[in-house]
Design a binder for this molecule. Sequence first.
Ligand code: FAD
Ligand code: 2MC
Length: 395
Amino acid sequence: TRGLQLRNFSYCLNPAVGLDTDARDVLTAANEFAKKEMYPKMAEWDKKGELPMDVLKKAGDMGFGAMYCNGAFGGSDLTRLQASVIFEQLSMGCVSTAAYISIHNMCAWMVDTFGSEELKGTLIPEMAKFEKLGSYCLTEPDAGSDAASIRTTATKKGDYYVVNGSKAFISGAGTSDYYFVMMKLDGGEPGAKGIICLMIPKDTEGFSFGKKEDKLGWNSQPTRILTFEDVKVPVKNQIGKDGFGFKIAMEGLNGGRVNIASCSLGAAQRSLDLAIEHLKYRKQFGKTLSEFQYNQFKLAELATKLITSRLIVRAAAEQLENNDPEKVAMCAMAKLHATDNCFEVVNGALQMFGGYGFLKDYPIQQYLRDIRVHQILEGTNEMMRLLIGRDLLTK
Ligand code: FAD
Ligand code: 2MC
């Protein structure tokens, strides 16, 4: 676990640079947790393909289950910047597990911000401790990037909605307890304004799961299709008002995008730390690889990509915290920049390991496999360009 140690001497990649004392304390706690509880198991979880429930419970004890939710309901009251710092550190220990924790936190925040007092009082304390797990359900087989075109439908019948339809690619599906599902309201407005969000518990009649998807990465968390056949959901399980489901989903994703980008930072930091150690140790042509100027320059380029990524992610986290009007474009920019650049950092670090980088005995290939999907999910990086472009052209 050498590379997970925080260096005390001057090191421009030090993730604590620029942070205040509180954020540094949070960083140290998350770093220790990742080093002790996650990194030693990361390869095993990749093979096993199940969420490590014991470690999630310990993460709950650390306050990582509802990080930026209100303390009144059991949340940790952390800032978005502090949460980003935590996700960066946790992903050094296991990207896939850290990323699931980020989705769970996005769900908890949606309840905390838009849910009824009753839902907050019931769900947040359980979710904060990872006693109950959450899944975010927007994508459908025929509606991915064009999320407002979803077809899962809720028909209101007295105190209940009757839900029919399906969701695709749902992280945590089958294991999670609470499903936060976006759907069309029968008879509601067309498009984004006709969408509602319902919390559907796992064991509800008519709610079933598809097979566990076989994936390139993100293997410590299951991904499945969900099917709803005449599922009865009490109206009191609705998060927010009629017509606000899409807005709630998008507001959740602003934070989700910063968090996923933070998970790419951790993978890039760790891969670069490992590559630096390898270059100093491995000899070819009678010299250590670090003595070749090509490698020195390459390291400098990769380090610059990592630092620019971290800076934009932290700036977006602060804008989100302050609810700045630019937050949507800024979160999109942070996700686009950090997930693309950090993938290049990890790929470049893998190259420095030569053939060893390709072996499963070494962790870099897992970081690479795990962060590839960050360029696709929580809105593809093409959709991030769309959001940024709209912001530029409509002001
Ligand atoms: P499509 O929308 O079909 O896009 C295909 C390609 O076309 C992409 O490159 C896209 O950028 C491009 N494209 C589409 N429209 C345009 C356009 N207008 N201009 C230019 N290019 C365009 N979803 C959830 O709701 N909950 C989850 O928990 C969840 N977890 C996931 C976990 C994994 C491992 C994966 C792989 C996906 C997950 N998703 C989840 C779904 C994810 O959000 C979608 O895969 C993603 O939004 C893209 O949708 P799509 O796969 O349907 O691709
Ligand atoms: N934050 C706040 N509001 C937003 C928003 C955001 N990020 N994005 C859109 N909105 C608002 C928008 O302002 C509009 O509100 P209003 O009518 O009040 O002006 C409303 O939502 C409808 O938006 P658009 O008119 O932009 O809708 P359109 O259909 O044209 O495009 C688009 C929306 C492409 C931005 C959206 O569909 C999108 O983000 N697609 C990507 C889907 C996605 O991110 N999926 C991730 C699934 S989760 C996942 O992958 C996990 C791993 C958990």
